[in-house]
Design a protein around this ligand. Structure first.
Ligand code: PGA
Length: 248
């Protein structure tokens, strides 16, 4: 039985004020929750977030550099994140692919760096509207998944989570239907099963893209959906807690 995960991606939003109201409430929620709860605030707030998180709430970063250290002004390495008691890092979010030109090869290197540092990498994949409308959804998504998982030793797959986030559903209010999401999640699991059925069965695959309290329970009830990666709705404490409860 896979344990569900509900992850909040604040993106470049929030403030210390929001952190101080939201993180302690989630820390409380996480004590009793059956799902794992993860919050990914902006990098500058991570230290304070881990201080407020307590024993059960997990805190992650939204990005890391692929190198261990070096002359990369403005960047943060995975080992530095691990040193600050973080547990997770998002890699390959569609905003980073689209706006910062992140390629599958770079995302694979970031994933390796994250796992090498002891973090769990949350690998984000997803097709654009144009790719979906031209019937290329599975080609694109499975291509993005394979480009990374094939470079990760099977023994490290336990430190990998996949988040399927159709780009057309992110921040648009347009959620994929349960069937659309389940179909892609199932295809991802089947592609992983070609490499290892046992590891594929254990992989947590989250859905992201306009998840809210009103649609979370239905999505999370789909057999291959193991929780959610939540953007906008993770900035509202009541809404996010409702989503966490939908996964319990
Ligand atoms: P959204 O974002 O929930 O605001 O659509 C999800 C994400 O980008 O991770």
């Amino acid at each position: 039985m896979r344990k569900k995960i509900v992850a909040g991606n604040w993106k470049m939003n929030g403030s210390i004020e929001l952190l101080n109201s939201l993180v302690p409430a989630l820390a409380e929620e996480a004590k009793e929750a059956q799902a794992e709860i993860l919050v990914c605030p902006p990098a500058l707030f991570l230290n304070e977030a881990t201080r407020l998180a307590g024993e059960f709430l997990q805190i992650g970063a939204q990005n890391c550099h692929e190198a261990f250290s070096g002359a990369y002004t403005g960047e943060i390495s995975a080992s530095m994140l691990a040193e600050m008691q973080l547990t997770h890092v998002l890699v390959g979010h569609s905003e980073r692919r689209a706006m910062y030109g992140e390629t599958d090869a770079l995302i694979a290197d970031k994933t390796k760096a994250a796992i090498g540092a002891g973090l769990t990498a949350v690998l984000c994949v997803g097709e654009t509207l144009e790719e979906r409308e031209s019937g290329r959804t599975l080609d694109v998504v499975l291509g993005q998944v394979k480009a990374v998982v094939e470079k990760i030793a099977l023994s490290d797959w336990a430190k990998l989570v996949i988040a399927y986030e159709p780009v057309w559903a992110i921040g648009t209010g347009k959620t994929a239907s349960n069937d659309q999401a389940q179909d892609v999640h199932k295809a991802i699991r089947e592609a992983l099963a070609v490499i290892s059925p046992e590891h594929a069965d254990a992989m947590r695959i989250l859905y992201g893209g306009s998840v809210k309290a009103a649609n979370a329970a239905e999505l999370f009830a789909c057999p291959d959906i193991d929780g959610g990666l939540v953007g906008g709705a993770s900035l509202d404490v009541d809404e996010f807690i409702s989503i966490c409860r939908a996964a319990s």
